[in-house]
Write a protein that binds this ligand. Sequence first.
Ligand SMILES: NC(=O)c1ccc[n+]([C@@H]2O[C@H](COP(=O)([O-])OP(=O)(O)OC[C@H]3O[C@@H](n4cnc5c(N)ncnc54)[C@H](O)[C@@H]3O)[C@@H](O)[C@H]2O)c1
Ligand SMILES: O=P([O-])([O-])O[C@@H]1[C@@H](O)[C@H](O)[C@@H](O)[C@H](O)[C@@H]1O
Length: 534
Amino acid sequence: MAPHADAGANGALNGHNRAAQPQGDLFTVNSPDVVYTDESITSSYVYRTTKVTKAPGGNFEATPFESKYDFKVERGIPKVGLMLVGWGGNNGSTVTAGIIANRKNLSWPTREGTQRANYYGSVLMSSTVKLGNDAVTGGDVNVPFHKLLPMVHPNDLVLGGWDISSMNLADAMDRAQVLEPTLKMLVRKEMEQMKPLPSIYYPDFIASNQGDRADNVLPGGSACQEHLEKIRTDIRDFKQRNALDKVIVLWTANTERYADIIPGVNDTANNVLAAIKAGHDEISPSSIFATACILEGVPFINGSPQNTFVPGVISLAEIHNSYIGGDDFKSGQTKMKSALVDFLISAGIKLTSIASYNHLGNNDGKNLAEQKQFRSKEISKSNVVDDMVAANHVLYAEGEHPDHTVVIKYMPAVGDHKRALDEYYGELFMGGRQTISIFNVCEDSLLASPLIIDLALVTEMMTRISWKNSSDEEYKNFHPVLSILSFMLKAPLTPPGTPVVNALAKQRNALCNIFRACVGLQPESDMTLEHKLF
Ligand SMILES: NC(=O)c1ccc[n+]([C@@H]2O[C@H](COP(=O)([O-])OP(=O)(O)OC[C@H]3O[C@@H](n4cnc5c(N)ncnc54)[C@H](O)[C@@H]3O)[C@@H](O)[C@H]2O)c1
Ligand SMILES: O=P([O-])([O-])O[C@@H]1[C@@H](O)[C@H](O)[C@@H](O)[C@H](O)[C@@H]1O
């Protein structure tokens, strides 16, 4: 166990902080509201908001409001398995190779010189957050995001999963054509031993052009209880075989078509379970995976845009208090959009049209070449500006919004190196016009793989955080729908009836400030009054 924390800069560590820091903690919070034990960090937190009411005359009345919450974080770092659905795909094989390369601290020759393994593109592993200001100099003190709480390190993730293609992960890595041969050589031996489990394959849900790789499928061509039970067994076996403390399942398989919402079939938890038992053909493979995970109490995250979480699956997650999250990794073109649109509109510039075109040549692009699968992606890529537009009624009247079009074309020649071309067109002061054109080569799998890591690590961290109203006795989980994951996702799933936030900065702030609250720290306001009030 690490030695006791040194006295803080002001030498004022109180008795609460006497517990030794477990290996890896970068800081302790010196506050009577934060208590450290070897097992947990508990904090009493005042959550300050502003309640707004509309006065009779039409003006608003703003009232500061305080809620008192207690948070508890389990400090012990568990042994975690990450099971990927679609493990043999571009993202699955790339993230696997990346974790192996980091775990072994590999470096390899490239035409630009020696490249070292890294986790660039992971907000947790490669970005920092402001902890506070140096008590002596007043300068900002920034710490790695993943050091805010005692998080699992991605190097320690045990990887497994399923694929309808039987290809081992080394050959899948070759098929993906994402990584340098010099790197592939260094991880090939370990990846050759990695073979995806056979999976559920209902041809109607993904493009017909995917049939040629489906040589690793469970028998039976539509929803059935046997498939549900097989996936549950696979999860339990993987956990037991690897002596894991917990498992997380993440969908990075092909984009499915939307499932029709059918009363009596997938509208309630019981109806979904009954429909699976009856073999109803409108239950998708991804919904079966989600149901299996919920029944096993294993978090399930959807990295694709389809409506895996039909109402009945969401209800099932609520009943079983099991975490789900999604949808659709926010990796390149849309991530840029969620930042740029927020910047432009919050700067008072009236965006009037957004044209988003891209072409790519990987298997994802091949699957999206069919209309039903493209439609799933078009929906997730189109709704990302809604909250930012609706928040600015100075620029936009009720119901008014920019023209917005999304085009995706399959061009095999460019492989995983997706070309995104965007035009943002808007109105300026006194009738001026602005045109912003962006040409963005998004390396699809190299951008998505770190998001898989962030989604897995944040989800696992949430399983070790509980909360209660300060007046309550019992701690409890957050709501089963993990909207805290939104920074990594195009179409964030939120608890029923709650608003969707797409603005990238707000999403990152929410993630950071919730983690800060778990150790009793208020949000970083950026007011820096200490540098203004002289
Ligand atoms: N930048 C990105 O790569 C990015 C961004 C956002 C979303 N996504 C989504 O992530 C998913 C994966 O992307 P990718 O580039 O790795 O695609 P990919 O086609 O290379 O990989 C998908 C894998 O899933 C497998 N598969 C299909 N149906 C399956 C099933 N029912 N069970 C198990 N495996 C199944 C396929 O055989 C394939 O190996 C896609 O849905 C894509 O839209 C990708
Ligand atoms: O995240 P992003 O770059 O906006 O969106 C991407 C799409 O533009 C691309 O066509 C698709 O293949 C990827 O799966 C991803 O969804």
